[in-house]
Design a binder for this molecule. Sequence first.
Ligand SMILES: [Zn+2]
Length: 436
Amino acid sequence: MVIQGKKILCVFLLWCTQVSFILAQQVNEFIDLQIHPTMHVPYSFFGKGLEFFNENNAPDLSYQHQFNNVNYANFFKNNKGLRIMVVGSLNGEYIANSKKAKRTILKQINYVNKFAEDNPEFFVVAKNPTEVRNYLNTTDKTIILHSIEGGKELIKSQDDAHFWAAQGVSFITLIHLVDCEYGGAAILPGVPTRLINMDASCEIKNEIGLTELGKNAIIWLANAGIMTDITHMNDQTRKDALVVMEEHGIPPLSTHDGFKPLQHHPRALDVEDVLKIYKNNGFISLPISGFSCMPYNPDEKYQKQIDSLELYCEGSIDSYKFTYEVVKEFIETNPQLGYHDSLSEAEKVNFCIGFQSDFNGWLNHSRPRYGEDGCYLNKPDSITEPIEWQGLAHPGLLESQWNVMQSEGVDLAPIKRSAEKFLLLWQYFLDNKGKF
Ligand SMILES: [Zn+2]
């Protein structure tokens, strides 16, 4: 009996050691789930990303930088608001030639790899989760991962998927701005995205859904160890994709769509989509720009909440902050997900909300709260974070953004947990290659 008791105690202690080892190893860092420093490759008029400027002559950057490069290498060096960055190589929207599409993406992957090789003191490219963990534990470097935005012409077979996995690609945002061979793209309200996707239908019942090739592409990618990002899909295609993923046990990833109860437009997930993503072991991440997070015909409940806020500047950090808090509350308190029950730290990893900066991705970022471009003309002396009077002008200001949110009582833990969750997910795909 005593021997038996001792044995149980030993097993328990061993388990405790393992659990505490796992907890000690848990990554708790800011990961940007997509950024575009290689925009100049597909669009040559765009300034080159990942170049250093002279610190004595820093460029004068504005949050209104839709067509200007802000991804200077200086901003990614020892950036406390951004330890891991997933670079999204961008495909051409109208590309109709597989070889050309492959060349354009490879050129961007090689550009990033060379940048890291040329600047080994501060940067490193990781090609799998184990490498990420090793670099996090043994260096202070900024870790760069690869992804692709726009899969057009790139995934026609299982071999194609293996090819991208061999380049270290962690996920592919299958569809971008235009309907393609995999399915339909979401159209944001307003003219620009409609103009580039003229053929798309305005009604969900007439929308193109996921095609047979689109379905196969998701499965091929999973079988090669690559996640599929369902961002940018129209409602019908996203719903079809979520069904395929559920049937094949493929966890879904959504890196930068909004939340329909707040942003009632096609570039946002509805409540059912969000539940389905988390229930199938995936997670969502929100676009960080205040402009991308602006409410659009929100549910009355949320409009009332916004109206009751003392400090709220639409299009600034406030729009991101509000969206994040709403999504967080929805996930935490939804009985179907059960995150409001007392969960262990390890289980909480499943509850995370990532962020995606999209710098150099054809958009402006959060405007300032104060000053001529803000909502309040005079900045109180107590305000010390530059994001409040500059807006999110460049990636070097991410730390300032987190500082502001933290000082205003926002719980950033789910954002920082997204790095661990992302690595666990990627590892899951790699461990189950060929089994989906
Ligand atoms: Zn995008």
